[in-house]
Write a protein that binds this ligand. Structure first.
Ligand SMILES: NC(=O)c1ccc[n+]([C@@H]2O[C@H](COP(=O)([O-])OP(=O)(O)OC[C@H]3O[C@@H](n4cnc5c(N)ncnc54)[C@H](O)[C@@H]3O)[C@@H](O)[C@H]2O)c1
Length: 384
């Protein structure tokens, strides 16, 4: 029998969220942006997070009881459990949203799909070839769908940039230039697993490398260099936290991505995440987290769209250090709508694996000190 929560939200899919640190952001976003609660507020502006019309928070799960208690405080009435199996048994959970440490994603995706649930998995989707091959097989066997929680694609300046690209305003792209730069001492302190069980090519570079595959498609060859910052060494972290990655796509276009997770601080002129698209009709720049978008065309005029004041409510929850509320709500709603209406979702499993293959090839290239063909990773995924 369906849990009574489902009947309170007719026409919407219940989301069960596992990992209630970053996952708490989604829980709050879903709890605070349901249409009923917002029916009296102003309509969404162009580029703003869509209201959650297709999803509701059915339950939360964290193996740490303290995180469950906190979740019940911020979203009163939402049931929580410390057992992932219990979450999977809930009939009102149609979609499981995974926000646990990177190295656990593959296993939890498989368990959720085998329990008949569709899956949202935060970035990075997976961090090993074996897991990538495994989730591909499990998705085929179960027919369950997957959405990669690639938040940057759903941040308004990046969505606007994509729309301009799809309308042809930038013309054919010659060069894609991306970066994600963020001082991460607070992350090592909060999440010690980041020192041991992941590499920043996955944890941080998943954002700029995903942007490269979004525009360039499947990468052909990657040439990467890496090193470790003093900050990373001071935490005893195992892997590199500075990466410079050059990519060649099958059609000859090129892209580059830069990541630095041990810097002192960014000057305010540079944003943590940026994507520059250089096309033969125009150039554009999307920024996180200033919420700025700039575009120039053949006339030479620059258009600037700044949404920070309009968007700070839904995107940052009006918190000084708030992050990702609007993006998480937007991709969850997008996925739930796609499932309900039988339409495609993006980024889906194939797109997530494209980004994974690029990340893994970049990691290998930096270690070997030579270029790596991304096909090498695809072949291993197929064989695993
Ligand atoms: N922009 C983004 O989309 C974004 C931003 C930050 C983090 N992330 C990703 O989100 C994930 C989580 O990051 P975080 O910062 O919240 O990490 P965190 O260490 O703060 O929290 C992880 C939580 O998962 C819980 N957990 C671990 N294994 C579990 C299991 N098997 N069952 C139930 N609970 C379990 C832990 O108790 C912990 O509360 C990572 O993959 C990270 O890369 C994405």
């Amino acid at each position: 029998m369906a849990h009574k929560g489902a009947s309170l939200h007719p026409g919407r899919l219940g989301v069960g969220i596992v990992g209630l640190h970053e996952g708490l952001t989604l829980l709050k976003a879903l709890s605070h942006t349901v249409p009923d609660a917002l029916s009296t507020s102003r309509p969404a502006r162009d580029g703003e997070a869509t209201r959650c019309q297709f999803a509701f928070a059915a339950a939360g799960c964290d193996q740490d009881e303290g995180k469950c208690t906190r979740a019940r405080e911020v979203a009163p009435g939402t049931p929580t459990t410390t057992s992932f199996d219990e979450l999977l048994q809930r009939e009102d959970v149609a979609v499981v949203a995974i926000y646990t440490p990177d190295a656990s994603h593959g296993e939890l995706i498989e368990r959720a799909m085998r329990a008949g649930k569709h899956v949202i998995c935060t970035k990075p989707l997976v961090v090993t070839v074996a897991e990538a091959g495994r989730i591909r097989r499990v998705a085929e066997e179960t027919g369950m769908r997957l959405q990669v929680g690639q938040s940057t694609r759903f941040f308004p300046p990046f969505a606007q940039q994509r729309a301009a690209f799809e309308r042809g305003e930038l013309g054919a792209l010659d060069l894609i230039d991306t970066h994600y730069i963020h001082r991460m001492d607070w992350f090592y302190e909060k999440s010690p697993w980041a020192k041991d069980t992941t590499d920043w090519i996955f944890l941080g570079m998943s954002h700029p490398l995903d942007l490269l595959t979004w525009y360039g498609g499947r990468a052909e060859t990657v040439t990467a260099t890496s090193t470790q910052s003093a900050l990373s060494r001071s935490f005893g972290a195992a892997g590199a936290d500075i990466y410079s990655v050059n990519v060649e796509f099958a059609d000859g276009r090129i892209g580059r991505a830069l990541g630095h997770y041990g810097l002192v601080e960014l000057p305010s002129a540079r944003n943590a995440i940026e994507c520059m698209l250089y096309g033969d009709k125009g150039t554009s720049q999307a920024q996180y987290h200033d919420m700025r978008y700039r575009q120039t065309g053949l006339s030479g005029e620059e258009v600037l769209v700044d949404r920070l004041y309009a968007g700070r409510g839904p995107y940052f929850n009006n918190e000084v250090h708030g992050m990702h509320y609007g993006e998480f709500a937007a991709y969850t709603d997008h996925f739930a709508q796609a499932i309900l209406e039988g339409t495609p979702n993006q980024p889906d499993l194939t797109s997530g694996l494209e980004t994974f293959a690029l990340m893994e090839a970049a990691r290998r290239s930096a270690l070997r000190g030579q270029s790596v063909r991304v096909d090498e990773v695809w072949a291993e995924m197929a064989a695993s």
